[in-house]
Design a protein around this ligand. Sequence first.
Ligand code: SAM
Length: 278
Amino acid sequence: MTQSTIGRVGQVKEITSLSNPVIKDIRALGQKKNRDRSSSFMAEGLKLIIDALDQGWRIQTLVYAKDAKGSANVDSVAARTVAAGGLVLEVPQKVLGAITRRDNPQMVCGVFEQRYAALKDLHPKAGETYVALDRVRDPGNLGTIIRTADAAGASGVILIGDSTDPFSLETIRATMGSIFAVPVARSDIAGFLKWRDGKDALLVGTHLEGAVDYRMIDYTASPAILLMGNEQAGLPPALAERCDRLARIPQSGRADSLNLAVATAVMLFEARRHLLEV
Ligand code: SAM
């Protein structure tokens, strides 16, 4: 995958064949190595693409189904793509289905430049909450967490260690567009702890053996960083030992633990309860 095919200077092309090199390159974005190499990713759906453009994300290629031609919204995003120097492709529905691996594809999809926030640029302030995820593995969990962080008004998500790719199609789908609204940073454990050391923020780890009921923590006094453990292994000691609080969500019944995304949602809405109004 190279910039030579995806993201060429503004033009509109009709493509009908799956063997077209631009289409092949877009389909190759299904693999992480190709996303990494081109630093791009794919997002589906008109609303999502409009949101992304409104929030200043750089579109490289817009693909729309021939049947969608003439729709005012599609014409508008096509014009915005061309104005941004991107490529616009008009394709049959079957090509769109092959690109997005769906039987009933959305009428529009876009290839965007990836964007990570730099951890050093995140400065937790009063009223802010961050979510830090230790080695999150499941794309659906990560996407759901980014979406939930957005809904709860969190200021960012920090990926610690070897995490699933926030720009995979599955994660992007699960974010429902929140990937374009919530800054996502990444770090190793040492970098995360170093960043956190200089901050006046409460680091709340979540642990099945946490000593504190999550509802008993004062989240109002300073910004909070909610640290969540890996789906299989939970939080490693290197992180758990450095937390200001180790919180537990009390459970009853037979389940050993909550799903990671569910536990994150419970924590986020409790930590931000005083800031959310109906
Ligand atoms: N077997 C893992 C363990 O021993 O920690 C279970 C991990 S759980 C599926 C994933 C993460 O969700 C945990 O590391 C923790 O951050 C959070 N979590 C799930 N249930 C929780 C609970 N009842 N209290 C606190 N955190 C919880």
